[in-house]
Structure formats: C-alpha cells, structure tokens
Design a protein around this ligand. Structure first.
Ligand code: SF4
Length: 346
C-alpha cells in the first residue's frame, strides 16, 4: 500500500444552477519520500482535490464518493469517513498543508513563534517551553534569517518569502508523513521561489516526507517531482513518472501545456504558443472527451483506429508501464513533441 492513495474521488458543489462536479473520479497515489506534481490550468480541479484531502471543502461543496486512504500502523484509514476528532489529529499532524498565500493561513494577531508552537502543542504531548524550542528549531531548519528575533514577530512584519518559510515550518513542525503544497511559490518572485523549492526538496530528503505539489508551472514540476499527474476539467488525463512525461507526453492537452511554456531564449522573437479556448466551467463539461472542443486531433466520427471523441468518454488506460493516458488516440499521437526535448530534468 502506498503512503497515500486517492481512489475515484468525486467532489461536487450543489448550487442553484445544479450539481457541479469539480473533481470527477480522480485517483492518485504517493509513496513515502516521493513528490507527485498535480498540474493543470486554473479551474481544472487541482485545488478542490487538495481541499478534499483534509475535508476542507466548504458547503455547498461535498465529497460524494471515493476514498482517501492514509497508510497507518493498524492499516489504511479513510479520511473521507474518519470521525472529526480523529481527522483533527491528522490535519497538521500526519498531513501538513502549505497554501499559496500565507497571510490567509497565518493568524495576524499572534507571533509566528506562538503559531508554530501551538501547532506542536496540538499534536505532541510536550511543555510550552519545548514547543517554543521546537518552533525555533523549525525556523532555523527553513533557513529564516535571525530566527530568534523572528520568533516574536507578527506575520505583517515579515516579507512574503519569509511568511512562506514560516508556513513551511508550521506544516513540517510535527514531521508529517505527507505535505500538500498548493501553489506554494506562485506569489513569490523567481529567486525566492527557487529557494523555497530547494528547501522543500532538502526537507523531503532529510525527513522522508512525501509531497503532493499542486502547481500550474511545469518548470517547477520538472525541477522537483518524481511523478506527474495532469488534470483537465475535473479528471486526470495523463499520469507518468516525470522524466517519461516530459520526454514522451501522449495526451494532446499535456503536449499543449508543454508547448505553451515560455521559452526565455526566444523572448520577444517568437509569439507565445497557447492552447485555444478555455477550461470549460464544471457545469458545462463537454460530453465524451472533455478536451475535444480544444483538441487539434479530435475525430468527429468513429475511424478504423478508434471511436469519435464526443462519445464514448475515454478511460484512463496504462499505455506503457506506469504511464496512464485518457485519450482514444494516445498511442497514435505519441511522437515525442519538439517541446519535450528542451526540458531540463533534475
Ligand atoms: Fe483529442 Fe480525441 Fe484524444 Fe480527446 S480523445 S484528447 S479529443 S484525440
């Protein structure tokens, strides 16, 4: 059993316009000490997947079906059905979360030291003094400058990069088995972003923490992830080890995402490539393959090679060991894409 596994998760919002399935049958798994990147455009369901993991989806949203399994000494526990009191022990204990904007997660009226210590006290039987010592140790671990001084400062006294380090310190203070990091560097400038990603990689190696990294940035994924799952319109459309996905993307959406990455060498000389159209709103997901209105390879009618793209919906199938694709024509489209060979893989 992997450390963490999501099986057929469906999370939907029940609005006045009807049922909106933001996450529709997602399955993922992560082994101990590994990093899985969950990528896709805004609105594809990545963040709702992250919020579902710790049952943080607010009404009118709710998890309808599926299981979210966390391996434990007595066997896997299902976070979907876990009683609230047990789930509170998992949140911040065995699973830590890092959000894009730390100001929404840090309490402005408490010092950062008190907030980290409070997280420790919630999950460990220790004295206030020991929790404060742990907070200081964590601020050192995340390489915050002047950690003794920062301990007694409030979030507004820190820069965005410092606040993100504090969030990471808080998420890792109880040595979680898994960290869910939702766009942890998006709001930061490039230099700080690189430092934070380095830091997460370093902590993963030292503490053996598994990481679910949610991002729209394929460059970040190439640098940090062991495996990648690409999400589109509430579903996983491709999943593979990162080196395989970048060398041999098979789903037209993945190929489009790779081609749309900005090329710093061609800046100002070549137009940016884009994927035509937009991610459909969940209440208007197309029938059949949800990518077909944007796909340059879509077949309007059945061919000797496969069905029409509007029906039936393609399944997520394993086309080579560890490489899953949701496309009727994946294996026929699988020539390495020119964009793929340029990717530097860490
Ligand atoms: Fe494109 Fe058809 Fe494959 Fe969907 S099933 S990605 S429309 S080729």
């Amino acid at each position: 059993m992997p450390l963490f596994e999501i099986r057929d998760l469906v999370t939907a919002f029940h609005t006045t316009d009807g049922r909106v399935p933001a996450v529709d049958g997602v399955s993922l798994s992560i082994d101990r000490g590994r990093t899985l990147g969950l990528v896709g455009e805004s609105g594809c369901g990545k963040s709702v997947t992250a919020m579902s993991i710790l049952r943080l989806v607010a009404a009118p949203g709710r998890i309808e079906t599926g299981s979210i399994l966390l391996d434990s000494p007595a066997g896997p526990v299902d976070l979907v059905t876990l009683p609230d009191s047990d789930l509170r022990r998992v949140r911040g204990g065995r699973i830590g979360m890092i959000f894009q904007e730390p100001m929404t997660s840090l309490n402005p009226v408490f010092t950062v030291g008190d907030q980290i210590a409070e997280a420790v006290l919630l999950h460990r039987a220790c004295s206030r003094g020991a929790a404060r010592a742990r907070a200081l140790e964590m601020l050192r671990l995340v390489r915050l400058a002047d950690p003794e001084q920062r301990l007694d400062e409030y979030p507004h006294q820190l820069s965005g990069g410092m606040r993100q380090r504090v969030m990471i310190a808080m998420a890792l203070a109880c040595e979680p088995d898994l960290v869910v990091a939702d766009e942890p560097t998006t709001a930061l400038d490039v230099t700080i972003q690189a430092q934070i990603l380095d830091l997460l990689g370093d902590l993963r190696r030292r503490l053996g923490t598994a990481i679910l990294l949610i991002t729209h940035d394929l460059g970040v994924v190439a640098e940090t992830c062991d495996e990648v799952a690409v999400m589109y319109a509430g579903r996983i459309v491709e999943r593979a080890p990162a080196d395989v996905l970048f060398a041999r993307p098979l789903h037209p959406y993945t190929i489009g995402l790779l081609a749309a990455r900005p090329d710093p060498d061609a800046a100002g000389r070549a137009p940016l490539r884009t994927i035509p159209g937009m991610v459909p709103a969940p209440q208007r997901f197309p029938v059949g393959c949800r990518f077909h209105p944007r796909c340059g390879h879509a077949r309007a009618a059945a061919t000797p090679e496969g069905p029409a793209c509007e029906a039936p919906a393609p399944e997520l199938l394993e086309v080579e060991p560890g490489h899953f694709v949701r496309c009727h024509y994946a294996e026929r489209l699988g020539e390495p894409h020119p964009a793929a060979v340029e990717v530097r893989f860490a």
